[in-house]
Design a protein around this ligand. Structure first.
Ligand code: B12
Length: 215
């Protein structure tokens, strides 16, 4: 089915995108549905950039539009102050500065009662592991958009094994290039490349407890 919001985002039509987001909120669409349409649209922006139909300035424009979408959506994402007992570390891997997807997930996790430590972008494997050690977090979420940075995620997992922390934490990798092969190559427990899949994993973890979840 043709999705007008996805198309507006792909065309980098800021005015139309933002107005469609407002319309959809009023029509009762969930934040997740709206984010997903925008994510699919921005994916097309990426493809057009790969094909040289769009330039770096267009990628920057897509970032601006997406941030505008989030500004409209944020007040509609419920705040939840009751801690559900799970602490999560989130960050974008070393070499990579993409953070729109990571930030959305953090928003939704906080609104589901998770305590989230956001390490930001360009996070070294050492820093991820040091933070797992210091916070005793049970879940580590690593975002990656550049395929050249996937190797560094494997380094995080290898380092967790080296210092004896691997069985204390579930590792979830997320981002556009992530798939089953990436999960297996890096040694992560789960992967998610859209918001629905990401939240399903976290909800399953809450329901079943960290140690008994399967992908
Ligand atoms: C916007 C954008 C930018 C912005 C980033 C702004 C920002 N603050 O993040 C800017 C302009 C800065 C940028 C820069 C670059 N970019 Co860029 N960028 C994109 C673009 C168009 C969209 C990314 C995005 O935000 N998507 C929207 C979010 C919502 O989706 P998402 O990140 O996938 O996140 C969702 C899920 O994956 C998941 N998720 C994400 N993280 C996590 C983590 C966990 C734990 C979980 C559970 C889930 C999860 O949940 C999210 C919600 O649905 C992509 C195209 C694409 N297909 O992704 C290219 C893309 C990622 N960029 C690319 C490139 C090449 C670059 C540059 C190298 C360009 C250059 N010449 O300088 C630089 C790299 C800079 C660097 N060192 O990181 C390539 C990467 C190619 C590759 N194979 O590696 C892409 C794929 C474009 C393309 N097709 O060529 N980029």
């Amino acid at each position: 089915m043709e999705d007008e919001l996805q198309l507006a985002m792909a065309d980098l039509d800021e005015e139309k995108t933002l107005s469609l987001v407002e319309t959809r909120i009023n029509a009762g669409y969930t934040s997740m549905e709206i984010v997903e349409s925008c994510r699919r649209g921005i994916e097309v922006v990426g493809m057009k950039y790969s094909d040289s139909h769009y330039y770096l300035s267009d990628l920057i424009m897509s970032e601006e539009i997406f941030k505008g979408v989030m500004l409209i959506l944020e007040p509609h994402i419920p705040v939840n102050d009751s801690y559900n007992g799970f602490t999560i570390i989130m960050g974008t891997i070393e070499g990579d500065i993409h953070d729109l997807g990571k930030n959305i997930i953090i928003y939704l996790l906080r609104s589901s009662g998770f305590q989230v430590y956001d390490l930001g972008v360009n996070v070294t494997p050492e820093r991820f592991v040091q933070t797992v050690n210091e916070t005793k977090a049970s879940i580590l979420g690593i975002s990656v958009l550049l395929s050249s940075c996937i190797d560094s995620i494997k380094k995080v997992v290898d380092l967790l094994i080296e210092v004896g922390l691997r069985d204390k934490v579930k590792v979830i990798v997320g981002g556009y290039p992530v798939n089953r092969e990436v999960k297996e190559f890096t040694g992560a427990d789960f992967y998610a490349n859209d918001v629905t899949k990401a939240l399903k994993i976290y909800r399953q973890i809450i329901k079943e407890g960290v140690c008994s979840v399967s992908e």
